[in-house]
Design a protein around this ligand. Structure first.
Ligand code: FES
Length: 103
């Protein structure tokens, strides 16, 4: 169970679509923080064994937070702020660096 260090309940909210669920999240928060706060069990699967993985460092170092954000695979969810209307999907396995948004 994760919890925020500071009360941000007074912050403006935006709505993102995570796997078809509409999440109201604080503006300015990173995608990975928003998804973790929604108590998701994983954000991607590994390329080899397919095990569930999730954000770890929250500062752009480990690449465990790779997700498909607005159709763009391999997006570091811990380095991207939420935007109203954003679409966020779990990333399953390896994705090529040249994958198109429509893949
Ligand atoms: S959580 Fe480590 S790079 Fe995003």
């Amino acid at each position: 169970m994760l919890k925020r260090l500071h009360d941000i309940s007074d912050r403006r909210k935006v709505t993102i679509d995570f796997e078809g669920m509409q999440l109201e999240v604080p503006a300015g928060e990173t995608v990975s923080a928003a998804v973790l706060a929604a108590e998701t069990d994983y954000t991607r699967t590994s390329a080899i064994s397919g095990v569930h993985r999730g954000p770890y460092c929250q500062m752009g170092v480990c690449f465990e937070c790779l997700m498909e954000i607005d159709g763009v695979p391999n997006s570091q969810a811990c380095m991207i702020e939420v935007r109203h209307g954003m679409t966020v999907r779990r990333q399953h396995g390896a994705r090529g660096v040249s994958d198109e948004a429509s893949v």
